[in-house]
Design a protein. Structure first.
Length: 199
């Protein structure tokens, strides 16, 4: 039987699977080689820079999460269902969620950059229509909930035996109401700031 050709894609995918099963600390040359079924030598050709390998594993985690969240979004309520999906992810795929949280994000120097990198502006369009608020106000509301959900999802993913999903969802709902109140109050007084914002 011919030897299996080891590719960079195979190394990154295997590293992701190891991290998904046991956490980022499982990403080692030896573990990857054992999983692929080869010596460490061909793995080293792709792992001279472990930081870059971990970055690529993080990018794979982002793709995984995008598909996971996308499959759980309710088209009639994309805002709330996205928030709930992140919490479900933190529960069901805690190691992938941690990879996502700790993944280095390049070219991010503001919350505007973060929003463009992490969020789907179509959800802000939906929020703007549903709440009858300025589009940029809707993006700010969306960003605030994104920050809050990732934060509370992190707490959920690293606590043992764990806070119940019901309690987490209650906190999400309370934050949602508070952010909506903020976005809705004094809309006319804040319109000029939103119209010039680049969130």
């Amino acid at each position: 039987m011919p030897k299996q050709r080891i590719t960079k894609e195979m190394v990154v995918k295997t590293a992701f699977e190891l991290a998904r099963e046991g956490g980022a600390e499982k990403i080692t040359v030896r573990n990857i080689a054992e999983r692929v079924g080869c010596s460490v030598q061909p793995i080293y050709s792709y792992c001279n820079n472990m930081e870059e390998l971990r970055y690529e594993v993080g990018e794979l985690a982002r793709e995984f999460i995008g598909e996971y969240i996308g499959a759980r979004i309710d088209k009639n309520d994309p805002f709330s269902s996205t928030g709930h999906a992140y919490i479900e992810l933190a529960k069901e795929e805690a190691n992938v969620f941690k990879l996502f949280i700790l993944h280095r994000r390049k070219n991010i120097s503001s919350f505007c950059d973060l929003y463009r990198s992490e969020a789907d502006a179509k959800i802000a369009e939906h929020i703007s229509r549903e709440l009858n608020i300025n589009f940029n106000a809707a993006k700010e509301l969306h960003l605030n909930m994104l920050i809050y959900t990732i934060g509370i999802g992190t707490i959920f993913a690293v606590t043992d035996p764990g806070i119940s999903p019901e309690e987490i969802f209650d906190k999400q709902e309370s934050a949602y109401k508070a952010f909506i109140k903020y976005a809705s109050e004094s809309k006319e007084n804040r319109r000029e700031r939103y119209d010039t914002a680049e969130i």
